[in-house]
Ligand binder design. Structure first.
Ligand SMILES: [Zn+2]
Length: 245
């Protein structure tokens, strides 16, 4: 009996040693990614400037859309996908900063950008989902500042590359319609950003098929894997550009 206990003990020790060896085998790649799961449980209609020094204001946190078929709010969906993206990126060696890990928070869009800025993030991924007054529209798209943005034109080129990489990565992984990259200079979370930023609109919660797909855990893993592939591609493209210069 004692022998059996000793054997069991040895097996447990061996197992925990190999588990910890596996955990420490993730080598940091030196890149910091900030993930912002868009929205939160309750909207905050208090106003804040849409850009540093701007007299134009917007709600600190809008309500977001929702899925009539899934029953999910956009805040819930964004968080579910963001948490999966966090674990995939962490396993690939990224340092990941989350602006939120629960829905019950109150963090404005400006504050979210400041979290990315303060972390000196190499990429700021704002995860959102779309809604429109037509159930026929579907697909993934990304938003980036234009090169004439009055506040963050210095990050426009990198943000457009980042946006293209993540939207292409997700579309390749899921087979969703790829609606490409649009430019936007009216988003607080973009205008306040000092680091390359993208708003990724995962898909349309107002389309029944896409809403139900996006609520499925396996499909969420597929989306998150595609986004992570896009982030890998972004840093590979930057490295190739640097090597060429
Ligand atoms: Zn949103």
């Amino acid at each position: 009996m004692k022998k059996l206990a000793a054997l069991l003990m040895a097996a447990v020790v061996t197992f925990s040693l190999s588990t910890s060896a596996f955990a420490s085998s993730v080598v940091s790649n030196g890149k910091i990614v900030c993930i912002d799961p868009g929205h939160q449980a309750k909207a905050n209609t208090a106003q804040e400037p849409i850009a540093p020094g701007s007299s134009i204001t917007k709600a600190k946190v809008a309500a977001g859309t929702h899925g009539a078929w899934s029953g999910l709010t956009e805040a819930q969906l964004n968080l579910q996908v963001s948490l999966k993206l966090q674990s995939i990126l962490t396993a690939r060696g990224y340092t990941v900063i989350m602006t939120r890990t629960t829905n019950d928070v109150n963090i404005s869009n400006v504050e979210r950008a400041q979290i990315a800025n303060n972390a000196k993030a190499d990429a700021f991924i704002r995860v959102h989902a779309n809604g429109i007054n037509s159930s026929a529209v579907s697909g993934v798209l990304a938003l980036a500042p234009s090169s004439s943005n009055a506040y963050c034109s210095n990050i426009a080129a990198a943000s457009q590359l980042l946006s293209a990489c993540v939207v292409n990565g997700q579309a390749a992984a899921t087979g969703q319609k790829n609606k490409g990259v649009s430019q936007s200079d009216t988003m607080s979370g973009i205008n306040w950003s000092q680091v390359p930023v993208t708003i990724l609109e995962l898909g349309f919660m107002t389309n029944p098929t896409e809403d139900l797909n996006m609520a499925n855990s396996d499909y969420q893993t597929l989306m998150a894997t595609g986004i992570a592939n896009g982030i890998d591609q972004y840093f590979a493209s930057l490295a190739a550009q640097t090597a060429a210069n």
